[in-house]
Design a protein. Structure first.
Ligand code: SF4
Ligand code: SF4
Length: 314
């Protein structure tokens, strides 16, 4: 059971990206991380993506893995897609170079790959990039995904619209009786409002049926140092100090230093979710044409992944 994995306190979750709907990259990510020992996969709430992950696990004879799908409110950055204004764009290529997903080619955004990380917006010299929320209708997608046997639904609530948050949360609670995860960041909320929101959201839930994914600095992973992961640990400490009956998961800037820093700060975490950094370290292998035919590609990628996973599960 997913509960047991969390209670062991050594749970590594691979975040494939709430907005990542590039099916072939999902297959490859899931395959490599599953071979390396990951048993919890966070996917876009998309039937094709979930099918691809389930099929990959089945083909690899891995039957003890858990699937989580991510949905969010409109203002959550994880649900955004980059859009380029061609009246302003000068085709400088800066956005293409910085994109961690390889989602931009010749100033065109491939929506299925974009995860809304904001890096392209930051480097654009002409302010030509903006973001469109990619809203999913929960009643259209969740029933089908639940039928497929998903183990967890993650709700991203980085934003201010309380009405949207609580109406969607109510629907999710009424529709799914398994583990729920709340992905939340301090951002503009501040520490007190963060805890108040969580308390309100879990008020009617059974103790320890909810994961709080403390998202330090959403989608900021990239460097493998203490500074990058500092906000993840700091946000987790705020949740821990509230003494709530929840599982605590660190995310948002997580890397191979996260558990070390968390232990130094006496954070009693149950799990670590790694996304940007986990995808970045094997990007060049994922993009190989001979991925499925060259065993050396798989072995080299596994040698890079294993120290990251071991930093959490050992
Ligand atoms: S940099 Fe981030 S937001 Fe921009 S296109 Fe790439 S994934 Fe999307
Ligand atoms: S960084 Fe801005 S100006 Fe340069 S190619 Fe991208 S959208 Fe166009």
């Amino acid at each position: 059971m997913l509960k047991n994995l969390l209670e062991d306190k050594h749970c590594f979750k691979l975040v494939c990206g709430a907005g990542n709907e590039d099916v072939e990259s999902i297959r490859r990510l899931v395959y490599l991380y599953a071979l390396a020992g990951c048993r919890f996969f966070d996917l876009s709430a998309n039937e094709e993506v979930v099918d691809a992950a389930l099929e990959t696990l089945h083909n690899a004879n891995i039957y003890d893995a858990y699937i989580c799908v991510s949905v969010g409110i409109k203002s959550d950055p994880h649900c955004n897609k980059a859009v380029i204004n061609y009246d302003k764009c000068i085709n400088c290529g800066s956005c293409e170079s910085i994109c961690p997903q390889g989602a931009i080619h010749y100033a065109k955004v491939k929506k299925s790959k974009c995860i809304g990380c904001g890096r392209c917006w930051k480097v654009c010299p002409k302010m030509a990039i903006s973001y469109n929320p990619e809203e999913k209708k929960l009643d259209e997608i969740l029933p089908q995904l639940i039928k497929k046997g998903i183990d967890c639904i993650e709700f991203h609530v980085i934003g201010q619209d309380e009405n949207e948050i609580f109406s969607k949360w109510q629907y999710i609670n009424e529709t799914f009786d398994g583990m729920l995860s709340i992905c939340i960041s301090r951002g503009k909320l501040g520490d007190e409002a963060l805890i108040e929101r969580i308390q309100k959201m879990i008020a009617n839930r059974t103790p320890y049926s909810t994961i709080i994914q403390a998202d330090g600095f959403p989608m900021s992973g990239g460097a493998d140092d203490y500074k990058t992961t500092l906000q993840a640990v700091a946000t987790a400490e705020i949740v821990q100090n509230a003494n709530l009956p929840v599982y605590l998961m660190l995310s948002g800037g997580t890397n191979s230093k996260t558990t070390e820093l968390a232990q130094m700060c006496s954070i009693n975490y149950h799990a670590v979710a790694v996304g940007s950094y986990a995808r970045k370290i094997i990007k060049k292998y994922i993009e190989r044409q001979d991925f499925w035919t060259n065993q050396l590609v798989i072995e080299d990628a596994l040698n890079i992944i294993k120290p990251l996973i071991d930093s959490v599960i050992l």
